[in-house]
Design a protein around this ligand. Structure first.
Ligand code: BGC
Length: 440
């Protein structure tokens, strides 16, 4: 049996990622808190409620856990509606709270990365039309200026907007996120405003903090043609261009490419210092002339692929390599800002983590510049329209008692973070079924 370790580069960031609405609890003034009150919006009527009680201070014990598990970084988001509860009011106490959290990370020797918009925004903004209203660009810029101005002594890695592609699709095409629209034109408008808001945020952050590094976190989804038909190939490519490529491409060369038309947004060119990649899974794509809202495609998982507990994610680690190779075109270093799987029983997670990280190690060894990896997520949390039905945490959560339940993957990931590598012994111990593949 071969013995060895696949080491990552020195200084590699190892952490987990979280988002305000999903962990803080007691959010009452944003689009999601209102959405959760509407019948039928959240699976099983779930509500974020207390969530992981980070607003009540339990971030301390969770950061302790992450530190004890050898994580040297953490990605969190701040909640716009707390910092700016009304258009003409800033809440300094909320900023103090976030300041304390960032100091808490630094005291634990963990590098903070802060996301400024992660799917939720103030109700007052929604009442003005949210991201469909061009005014959002100025408003977001003001929020960024205020927040970064307050928090910059403790952080230099900034993600203005998390997964603009998922947000636009879920909120304006699929309608499962607020405001629940099914309007492709509105989705494109929202994406355009997000590109412009990102670009403004980029410049404001650099104006405030010379050493800042700013990147978007894009959800990269693999799209492979299901067959050899040219129509399937066209459909997979078109989906990729629109969903994966259009946002970071606009930040790179200032052109928003909507497949059927291109919009020049020259101010957005060159507004990324790193590219954040959220990679979860890969689809097979078949052309379907009847599915206009799904960009004329039918998508499904590769036959025989292992599926996550709720079937939302197929175990397709090769997509990690595709994601990084694609991301390299934008000419900036990359950070894996999310990757994970819903798995309350921790059946698939050990294998999922090991094979995705092995794929990442391979591509880094081919000299693709990747600086870190943030697992989604630290503790089970409120999973948006899927409520509490999915379990993405290295730790589980007992919502009644707020007790954390350590899953075996927590120890597996801790070993990887501690050694800065994947050892044959950790594979042997946690996922012997992949030993042959990883250490042939
Ligand atoms: C989002 C997270 C979410 C995760 C798992 C990502 O698309 O950024 O907020 O919880 O997927 O569903």
């Amino acid at each position: 049996m071969p013995i060895g370790t696949y080491y990552f580069t020195k200084g590699f960031l190892w952490g987990t990622a979280t988002a305000a609405q999903q962990v803080e609890g007691r959010n009452f003034n944003n689009t999601w808190s209102a959405w959760e009150q509407e019948d039928g919006r959240i699976l099983e009527g779930g509500k974020s409620g207390l969530a992981c009680d980070w607003w009540g201070g339990r971030w301390r014990e969770d950061f302790d856990r992450a530190q004890a598990a050898s994580q040297n970084a953490h990605r969190l988001s701040i909640e716009w509606s707390r910092i700016q509860p009304a258009p003409d009011r800033w809440d300094e106490d909320a900023l103090d709270h976030y300041r304390e959290m960032l100091i808490g990370l630094r005291e634990r020797k963990m590098t903070p990365m802060v996301t400024l918009h992660h799917f939720s925004e103030p109700l007052w903004l929604a009442e003005m039309g949210g991201w469909e209203n061009e005014a959002v660009i100025e408003l977001f810029t003001a929020f960024v200026r205020k927040s970064v101005g307050a928090l910059m002594p403790y952080c230099r890695l900034w993600v203005p907007i998390n997964e603009p592609n998922v947000f636009a699709f879920n909120a304006y095409v699929d309608g499962v996120f607020p405001p629940g629209k099914q309007d492709v034109k509105a989705a494109m408008q929202v994406l355009q405003h997000m590109i412009q808001a990102h670009a403004r945020a980029y410049h404001v952050i650099h104006e405030l903090q010379a050493e800042a590094r700013v990147g978007t976190a894009i959800n990269y989804r693999g799209f492979q043609p299901a067959g050899v038909l040219p129509a399937d190939r066209w459909a997979a490519k078109a989906y990729h261009r629109l969903f994966n490529d259009s946002f970071p491409r606009a930040l790179h060369d200032g052109v928003f490419d909507l497949v059927f038309k291109k919009i020049a947004l020259s101010d957005a060119a060159g507004t990324q210092d790193f590219l954040g990649l959220n990679y979860y899974t890969t689809d097979q794509v078949r052309f379907n002339p009847l599915a206009a809202n799904a960009l004329f495609t039918r998508r499904f998982f590769p036959e025989g692929a292992l599926l996550s507990e709720t079937g939302m994610i197929a175990h397709t680690p090769g997509g990690m390599i595709d994601a990084v190779k694609w991301g390299h075109r934008f000419g900036v270093p990359m950070i894996i800002t999310e990757n994970g799987v819903d798995d309350g029983e921790d059946n698939l997670r050990p294998q999922y983590i090991l094979e995705h990280l092995h794929a990442l190690w391979r591509v880094i060894n081919n000299n693709y510049p990747v600086e870190g990896y943030f697992h989604w997520t630290l503790v089970d949390n409120f999973e948006w329209e899927r409520g509490w039905t999915q379990h993405f945490g290295l730790w589980g959560l007992d919502q009644e008692t707020q007790a954390r339940l350590r899953r075996p993957s927590a120890a597996l990931y801790a070993d990887i973070c501690r050694t800065n590598g994947i050892s044959s012994s950790v594979v042997e111990q946690h996922a012997p079924q992949v030993m042959q593949r990883l250490f042939p």
